[in-house]
Design a protein around this ligand. Structure first.
Ligand SMILES: Cc1cc2nc3c(=O)[nH]c(=O)nc-3n(C[C@H](O)[C@H](O)[C@H](O)COP(=O)(O)OP(=O)(O)OC[C@H]3O[C@@H](n4cnc5c(N)ncnc54)[C@H](O)[C@@H]3O)c2cc1C
Length: 401
């Protein structure tokens, strides 16, 4: 079998590696001309995502590109410590969540996939696909095409494959927040290296982690009820964002305003989107995985990890179930309940970041209790303790519930 993988971000290279391990040829077609240019700031890969890579022996490079961040200390804008939330597997049970630059993650996955013989073709933006009973043909913007037995859309939140599978598929929903971030060198912060702190400020949300070298990696979520047009956010330069964020965080306790003021690098802002529920994940020889199928709000810290789990589980289904369509159905039955539960949880966190004045008071009053109750709760364990077992056979799809 030969798989065409559209998108060389996170799910794409992981899917290609897992498929090769399952004896299926895979080529990655990526729209970007090369590398991970413009890939964004940094993200946290959960213990469950690292475990999915470990299942195919591909975790080492990725883990060494980041630093461990097993928990987050949460503050209100008044400086009150609201609590600590664990964002990693139960201690001693497996990998620890790591924070790493997005470009570093993309690069580590691509390099590892290439080492295993996966071909990457850059500058290939998929625009259309045609299916016959025997094959699927991908058509690219540069006029070229490629054929295979199946096509896997790993093309992210604004997926083209999603619309090819179902032209009526819902568009990604705006999450009510703009996201941006940067790196600050030479500003001391009174926290342990590797610790991650987040502040529910009066007017915006701020997160920062102290990297082992002493740099502070930070991000900000700016509430904005209506989705701005693309040209509007693009027109705001780094210096204008610096000024706006310094004003936004000026009245909050903590180092947010200080870190932004001194930041050497402020990366472009953009509206955050989610794909809460996509009715159709697959049709005939085409399927979507990762953000293309189900994008939780970035507030979940789980989008990348779920994409990696998807990649490995899909390869297992194609390895173990007879026929492409049965494999796709088995995959969907296995994955949909888990990813949609996490998408729902993420929406709740997202809303608390965009709370109004009354919501803020309620949130800050209740959050210590919520964090205490959930600190070692079932939901967190179900998310972060999740294990991907390469050797366990993929189950058949159960009849629709
Ligand atoms: C601000 C922000 C912060 C986040 N923080 C976290 C976090 O801390 N933890 C976490 O787990 N997740 C986080 N996420 C979510 C995470 O980035 C995504 O869930 C993850 O990148 C999804 O991986 P993917 O491979 O499905 O898509 P992507 O990583 O988006 O990769 C898609 C790839 O497809 C390519 N492509 C797109 N269209 C085409 C086409 N037509 N033809 C060919 N190629 C195409 C793109 O160029 C890209 O390389 C965050 C997201 C944002 C926006």
């Amino acid at each position: 079998m030969k798989a065409l993988i559209i998108g060389g971000g996170i799910a794409g290279p992981a899917a290609a590696m897992a498929l090769r391990r399952a004896g299926i040829d895979a080529t990655v077609y990526e729209a970007r001309p090369s590398g991970a240019e413009g890939a964004g700031v940094f993200l946290t890969l959960g213990s469950n995502g690292i475990d999915a890579l470990r299942a195919i022996g591909a975790d080492t490079e990725v883990v060494s590109a980041g630093f461990p961040t097993p928990e987050i200390v949460v503050y209100s804008g008044t400086g009150k410590r609201l609590g600590v939330t664990r964002v990693s597997g139960t201690a001693g049970s497996g990998p620890v969540s790591h924070t790493l630059q997005r470009a570093g993650l993309y690069g580590a996955l691509r390099d590892e996939a290439r080492r295993r013989g996966v071909p990457f073709v850059h500058g290939k933006r998929l625009t259309a696909a045609e299916e016959t009973p025997d094959e699927v043909r991908a058509l690219f913007a540069d006029g070229s095409e490629a054929t295979g037995d199946l096509l896997i859309g790993c093309d992210g939140i604004h997926s083209a494959v999603r619309r090819l599978i179902d032209p009526t598929a819902p568009a990604p929903a705006y999450a009510g927040l703009l996201g941006l971030g940067g790196y600050t060198r030479g500003v001391p912060v009174d926290v342990e290296p590797g610790s991650y702190h987040m502040i529910f400020g009066k007017r915006g949300f701020f997160g920062y982690a102290l990297a082992p070298g002493g740099d502070v990696w930070w991000f900000a979520n700016v509430p904005r009820p209506d989705e701005p047009a693309r040209h509007e956010t693009e027109a705001i330069g780094a210096e204008e964002w610096r000024a706006r964020l310094v004003r936004m965080f000026a009245d909050d306790a903590g180092p947010a305003a200080r870190l932004v003021r001194a930041s050497q690098e402020i990366l472009p802002a953009g509206p955050l989107h989610t794909v809460p529920r996509l009715p159709l994940w697959h049709r005939h020889r085409m399927i979507v995985i990762g953000d293309a199928a189900h994008a939780p709000s970035p507030s979940s810290g789980q989008g990348a990890s779920l994409s990696l789990e998807d990649a490995v589980e899909l390869a297992k289904c194609l390895r173990d179930r007879p026929g492409i369509e049965e494999a796709f159905s088995a995959y969907e039955a296995l994955r949909r309940p888990r990813v949609e539960r996490i998408v729902r949880q993420a929406a709740r966190i997202n809303n608390s970041k965009a709370a109004g004045p009354v919501g803020r008071v309620v949130r800050d009053a209740l959050m210590p209790l919520v964090l205490k109750l959930t600190a070692d709760g079932k939901q967190l364990r179900r998310t972060y303790d999740h294990r991907t077992d390469w050797d366990a056979p993929a189950p058949a799809a159960t009849p629709a519930r």
